[in-house]
Structures are given as C-alpha cells and as structure tokens.
Design a protein around this ligand. Structure first.
Ligand SMILES: CC(C)(COP(=O)(O)OP(=O)(O)OC[C@H]1O[C@@H](n2cnc3c(N)ncnc32)[C@H](O)[C@@H]1OP(=O)(O)O)[C@@H](O)C(=O)NCCC(=O)NCCS
Length: 175
C-alpha cells in the first residue's frame, strides 16, 4: 500500500510507525488515558514497540487489513485514529493524549478518515464499540452520524477488574 496522508483544517494524519514510539508510549502506558480500552494500557515500552512494528508492517502490505494513523497537530504527535477491516466492515478507533482532550481533535481526525475511506476505498459500512461510560468516545461516534445498534455486557477493559457494558455504533453509506 502506498502511504496515505490526510490533511484537515488543523491536523495531518500520517501512517503510524516506530518514529512515534515515545509519544505513543506517553499515552499507551497512562491509566487515565486508557482506562476504557480493551487493548491498552501497555505494560512497558516493549509492548508499544511491538504494536508500532506491526502497524508499520501492515502499511507495507499490498492490501492492509488495518490502517493506523498518527494525528499530528502543529507538527506534534497528539494521538491516533485507526480503521480495521473484517468482512469489508471498517472498525474505527481513536485515542488522543489527555493533554489535548476537548479540542475537537478526535472528531476532526475521525471525520477525515471516514470521508477518505468512503471517497477512495469504497468503504460503505463503519462500526465502532466503546464502554458505555466512555461519553467522549460515543460523542465522537454520534458526531460522525453513527447510530447506536447494540448494547451488551461482558466488556472487559484491560486495566479493569470487572466486566462493564459496551455500546456498538454503525454508519452505513447508501450506494
Ligand atoms: C475519546 C477521545 C479520543 C475523544 O477525544 P477528544 O479529542 O477529546 O474528542 P473531541 O474534542 O473531538 O470531542 C468530541 C465530542 O465529545 C464531547 N466530549 C469530549 N470529552 C467528553 C467527556 N469527557 N464527556 C462528555 N463529552 C465529551 C465533546 O464535547 C464533543 O462533542 P461536542 O462537539 O458536541 O461538544 C479521548 O477522550 C480519548 O483519547 N480517550 C481515551 C482513549 C479512548 O477511550 N478511546 C476510545 C476507545 S473506544
């Protein structure tokens, strides 16, 4: 896959890779930044390095199954947005370093990602999941025009000691 760069009003989205190890590690090991996530926090920098090496290798594939983008704001790496494909459905994900929360960055990045995949990759079905307590995340989904299509228990966030509830949201683009 050739590299993809997406420019928005304030942000630049670029392939996420090993060059961002310190700034990814800053949020990936932070409890507050990851408490509603199933795959984070990482225990150590080795886990972050491994994640970034895999993301980088995926970018090199002819037909990647997933795309991880670094979010850059004024040349600073502030977070990531991603899309993982299964059976043609794109699962969206996002994380922003907590120092940058509340500025509309996650929505701006995610909206640009969705638009790019609709326009250039013929993606017509997007899905996303989050903890029902994670208002910041489901607000991003709702601002994207996604509709809540499920709620169930049995979610186990990585740093949690008990199960919680999860929402599912979807966006289907008519062709
Ligand atoms: C979810 C996350 C990426 C949102 O990032 P952000 O850049 O702060 O989000 P935005 O500023 O684009 O906000 C989007 C909407 O959510 C609202 N919002 C943001 N934080 C909120 C909060 N803590 N509670 C309620 N609403 C919130 C915003 O007001 C905005 O809605 P509005 O435009 O109607 O005001 C960020 O909180 C984060 O990194 N969380 C930790 C990682 C995570 O949980 N990722 C999702 C896993 S499913």
């Amino acid at each position: 896959m050739k590299s993809i760069e997406i420019i928005t009003r304030r942000l630049l989205l670029k392939p996420l890779g090993s060059e961002y190890v310190q700034t990814v590690n800053d949020y990936a090991l932070d409890y507050e930044n990851t408490k509603y996530m199933c795959n984070l926090p990482n225990k150590n920098i080795e886990e972050t390095i491994n994640f970034l090496e895999n993301a980088e290798a995926e970018w090199l594939k002819e037909k990647p199954e997933y795309y991880e983008f670094a979010i850059l704001y004024r040349n600073q790496h502030i977070g990531a947005v991603s899309i993982h494909f299964e059976n043609g459905i794109g699962e969206l994900g996002w994380i922003v370093n907590k120092k940058y929360w509340g500025n509309g960055f996650a929505y701006e990045a995610a909206e640009a990602l969705v638009t790019y995949f609709i326009d250039n990759m013929e993606t017509t079905h997007f899905i996303a999941h989050c903890d029902t307590e994670n208002a910041a995340s489901y607000k991003v989904m709702e601002k994207l025009g996604m509709v809540r299509t499920g709620k169930w228990g049995g979610r186990r966030n990585k740093s949690a000691s008990h199960d919680t509830f999860e929402y599912q949201y979807e966006l289907i683009i008519p062709r």
